[in-house]
Design a protein around this ligand. Structure first.
Ligand code: FMN
Length: 172
């Protein structure tokens, strides 16, 4: 596993900009926290990036976004995506990144991951959060991505992403 960072790598991630809950209250962020981490991984190991986006955009307003996200989780929604990744066949290691929303990944990632064949792949989850850590997301990834080796992921505080490059480098 020592040379993981030299293997052909893809980052599949979801990230939401707009209003978000940070350590110092609700703030507007122009670029999502998870996207910052995804870009570090690209910079450090040259991974390709694929951003998962729901066809219907999530509300800019934090409270409204929370309501939509909570309903989607409760209903087991699988939101339609703007674009679907068809295959991960060309990659050895897949990094899966997301904000924690109510204890797990946002539902668009469920839509995407359920459509892919991860057999024989190595998966490394990374989450950004404001206190929950990686929560249930790693368990959910293991359930969806059958046949993959899911390594222990990393959880980074959303309000700390701009100071986290070194931590990501060490993790990689
Ligand atoms: C709808 C919603 C639900 C959230 N639920 C949680 C949660 O359950 N636990 C937690 O620690 N943080 C939660 N957060 C905070 C985000 O996980 C955190 O701000 C993250 O860094 C956002 O990443 P992003 O900018 O890439 O979307 C939530 C944020 C939103 C908008």
């Amino acid at each position: 596993m020592n040379d993981l960072k030299n293997k052909k790598s893809l980052v599949i991630y979801f990230s939401h900009n707009g209003e978000n809950y940070m350590a110092d209250g609700i703030r507007n962020i122009d670029k999502g926290n998870t996207e910052i981490i995804a870009e570090y991984i690209k910079d450090i190991i040259g991974a390709d990036l694929f951003k998962v986006e729901s066809e219907k955009e999530y509300p800019y307003n934090y409270r409204e976004c929370c309501n939509v996200a909570r309903d989607e989780l409760k209903n087991g929604a699988r939101p339609k995506l703007k674009e679907e990744l068809k295959s991960v066949d060309n990659y050895d290691v897949i990094y899966i990144g997301y904000p924690i929303w109510y204890g797990t990944m946002p539902m668009p990632l469920f839509t995407q991951l359920e459509k892919l064949d991860f057999n024989g792949k190595i998966i490394r989850p990374f989450a950004t959060h404001e206190g929950s850590g990686i929560a249930n997301s790693q368990r959910d990834i293991k359930n969806i991505c059958k046949g993959a080796i899911v390594l222990d992921g990393i959880a980074i505080r959303g309000s700390n992403v701009y100071n986290a490059k070194e931590e990501i480098e060490n993790w990689l």
